[in-house]
Design a protein around this ligand. Structure first.
Ligand SMILES: O=P(O)(O)OC[C@H]1O[C@](O)(COP(=O)(O)O)[C@@H](O)[C@@H]1O
Length: 393
């Protein structure tokens, strides 16, 4: 598999690994964004409001400009870490779009024992996990990485100031059909008070921090555009990859989820496994009989990052009412982004970020989206699906 991937993927130069002999400043500024004139269509985009922080001389702000000293200045350590994360995600984006995916897909179809084995990592999940691990290692800024793909957190570096939780490639079961996928990450400060504990203990406890302690979180959507959406604790901002330069360009500053949407996003083939409250809620809003007297529409990609991204921009609720999605590296980072955009993340009863994780791979029902829609949904009381038979597709 590695033979198929590494040597044959033609990376354009901006995707090559950072040159370690360059100074920090050089490393973050050697891809000067082209002049606005070459970004046809950007100026016409209503979302393209450039904030004061991180404006380039030509009115364009890249992710690295935005987070650096001339921008919101998240601190050198976090800037370095973000540099390595966005670099890794560009590699994953190239991999997901690679012609060799079909070969990998066939391989995964042959080796996946049965449909009931669907949680088994596919090869691309594993490759994405390795890319993220090596990026976090190379950053020198990470003490521990906790990933969906690993049973236990991996201790990397005693001095790394951050603990990173992540799902390296969510939605990968869709990959053979070129349906969008995504990477999700959350960043915490390392808990220095645990430094003298045994490695296994401190690795786990650093990874099980409450979502309220997140320093930053984000996702990268691999779709018709590659979009890195992140929050560093002051708003949620999205940056779109310009393939010609390799820069993530600020395209959606300070996203606000509309307080009401008109879209619900759920796998509604499970309707007869839902509790009464959830059925009533969905029946009500699709008839236009809810507090917002409009008929709602359904959208469901079955790829968490893509469903959440749409919800962030258009409003409504993206939900998975059964115990399926994971608190630590899916629900918490996305709830942080939702809240930073004025929305909510709930388990159907209470705020996600306030739930203390007790297990790395803990699952829970997840409802993300517009604040008024989430409030209305919660008012139905009984919206968490308890029947969870292990669906085959
Ligand atoms: O089968 P369901 O309940 O519709 O779940 C779909 C969800 O599962 C995911 O595919 C993640 O599940 P996996 O970790 O098993 O891949 C999400 O991307 C998606 O939102």
């Amino acid at each position: 598999m590695q033979q198929l991937l590494s040597p044959t993927i033609p990376y354009p130069s901006p995707l090559f690994p950072p040159k370690h002999h360059l100074s920090l400043r050089d490393r973050f500024s050697f891809h000067t964004p082209p002049k606005m004139a070459s970004f046809s269509g950007f100026l016409a985009k209503p979302q393209m409001g450039i904030t004061a922080a991180g404006d380039g001389a030509n009115g364009i702000s890249s992710l690295m400009d935005y987070v650096g000293k001339g921008g919101v200045d998240v601190g050198d350590d976090l800037v370095v870490l973000l540099y390595h994360i966005q670099f890794a995600c560009k590699r994953i984006a190239a991999l997901v779009a690679s012609p060799f995916n079909s070969a990998l897909g066939k391989h995964s179809a042959l080796t996946a024992a049965a449909a009931s084995d669907r949680d088994k990592p596919k090869p691309l999940d594993i490759v994405a996990n390795e890319i993220m691990l090596s990026a976090l290692r190379n950053s020198g800024k990470v003490s521990v990485m906790a990933s969906e793909e690993d049973d236990a957190p991996i201790w990397i570096n005693d001095d790394g100031p951050f603990a990173v939780v992540l799902d390296p490639l969510d939605g990968s079961r869709n990959i053979d059909a070129s349906i969008p996928t995504g990477t999700i990450f959350g960043i915490y400060n390392r808990l220095a008070e645990l430094d003298n504990q045994p490695v296994e203990d401190k690795a786990l406890l650093n990874s099980l921090q409450s979502g309220t302690k997140l320093v930053a979180a984000g996702y990268v959507l691999y779709s018709s555009a590659t979009i890195l959406c992140a929050s560093f604790g002051s708003g949620t901002h999205a940056f779109t990859l310009d393939h010609s330069t390799g820069d993530f360009i600020l395209t959606h500053p300070s996203i606000r989820i509309p307080p009401r949407g008109q879209i619900y996003s759920v796998n509604d083939a499970r309707y007869f496994d839902w509790p009464e409250g959830l059925r009533q809620y969905i029946d009500t809003v699709r008839q236009g009989k809810g507090k917002y007297p409009k008929k709602y529409s359904a959208r469901y990609i079955c790829s968490l990052v893509a469903d959440f991204h749409r919800t962030l921009l258009y409003g409504g609720i993206a939900m998975n009412p059964r115990d399926h999605l994971r608190l630590v590296y899916e629900a918490n980072p996305l709830s942080f982004l939702a809240e930073q955009a004025g929305g909510k993340g709930s388990n159907g009863k209470s705020r996600i970020l306030s739930i203390q994780p007790v297990k790395l791979h803990q699952r829970l029902p997840l409802f993300l989206g517009s604040s008024e829609d989430i409030d209305e949904l919660e008012s139905y009381g009984n919206v968490q699906q308890k029947v969870n038979p292990g669906y085959e597709v």
